[in-house]
Design a protein around this ligand. Structure first.
Ligand code: F6P
Length: 320
């Protein structure tokens, strides 16, 4: 019977991770289970750094950004002997299940622990919204707000100086944040990792908007697609307009979570305890059409594909 549960946050931190930790601790408390918080993700699990979390530890963290437990990307966990030590660290104090909050890299860590016979459940916590099977990940909507706020500010200065701004957004290999922010921020062009674009198309689009009287432009692009400084030089030459670049960077990961992220994290946290207490393991939690559901972790990692929101892309193109 599951009665002692470890929880860790892993990978890039995301606003709402604390709300998820809080929810797990409260739900576990109601079910008379103990929760142990693991510091610094899988690294802390291996190094046996844990704290018995009580309600006081989590009672006022719902509005806090980041993660009170800390997070790392720990490649050592690919090593089976390290995982064995981590599992023994939990078993030694009677922990019989693990909850992992993170992105798909963290899901792989959880999967490998599950394969070694240790009960495990995952929650999607990443700003990137790149986890297959879930409509949204914890942290995505807060990051989106941060980006749109930044775009609004850049637009002010972009208009004043009649400049083109190229703004680089996080997302790793996923354009979800960029696409949604481009619509919400009313950007003139969006460049995504999932969709090929022609530089001539970009140039023509901006030239056309200049013909229609607009004197500035904001181009939103997902990180890693190309070198934005080179793109700025190219655009400046083609359009004969001053061009600037802005990398929004890690500011996108910070801040107090917006209400939706807090609610999503709270729903998923409660559900994770329900799953474990009902004997489920090797599962990851998702939200689909506003319903909290679960899949096998292995399906999310290996068999399911994340799809680009083509309807939103069409909308973005229609209102350039
Ligand atoms: O996964 C979240 C994320 O912020 C990505 O968008 C980004 O590519 C990456 O993490 C940055 O990682 P780090 O904080 O390790 O530089």
């Amino acid at each position: 019977m599951i009665n002692k549960i470890a929880i860790l946050t892993s990978g890039g931190d995301a606003p709402g991770m604390n709300a998820a930790i809080r929810s797990v601790v409260y739900a576990a408390f109601r079910a008379k289970c103990d929760v142990f918080g693991v510091y610094d993700g899988f690294l802390g699990l291996y190094e046996n750094r844990m704290i018995n979390l009580n309600l006081d530890h989590v009672s006022d963290i719902i509005s806090k950004g980041g993660t009170i437990l800390g997070s790392t990307r720990y490649s050592g966990f690919f090593n089976k002997s390290i995982r064995k030590i981590a599992i023994n660290n939990m078993k030694n104090i009677g922990i019989n299940a693990l909850i992992v909050i993170g992105g798909d890299g963290s899901y792989s860590g959880a999967m490998s622990i599950f394969k070694m016979g240790f009960p495990c459940v995952c929650l999607p916590g990443t700003i990137d919204n790149d986890v297959a099977g879930t409509d949204y990940t914890i942290g995505y909507f807060t990051a989106l707000e941060t980006i749109v706020e930044a775009i609004d500010k850049l637009r002010d200065t972009s208009i004043s100086h009649q400049r083109i701004f190229i703004v680089e957004v996080m997302g790793r290999y996923c354009g979800d944040l960029t696409l949604a922010a481009s619509v919400a921020g009313g950007c003139e062009f969006v460049i995504l990792p999932e969709v090929d674009y022609l530089p001539e198309e970009l140039v023509n689009r901006i030239k056309l908007s200049i013909i229609h009287g607009r004197k500035h432009a904001i181009v939103l692009i997902t990180e890693r697609v190309c070198d934005i400084n080179e793109l700025a030089v190219f655009l400046g030459n083609e359009i004969k307009c001053e061009t600037r670049t802005t990398v929004l960077g890690h500011i996108q990961r910070g801040g107090s979570p917006v209400a939706y992220d807090r609610i999503l994290a709270s729903r998923m946290g409660v559900y994770s305890i329900e799953l474990l207490l009902n004997g489920y393991s090797g599962k990851c939690i998702a939200v689909k059409n506003d319903k909290i559901i679960h899949y096998d972790i292995i399906d999310t990692i290996k068999n399911m594909k994340r799809v680009i929101k083509t309807d939103l892309l069409e909308i973005a193109k229609n209102i350039y």
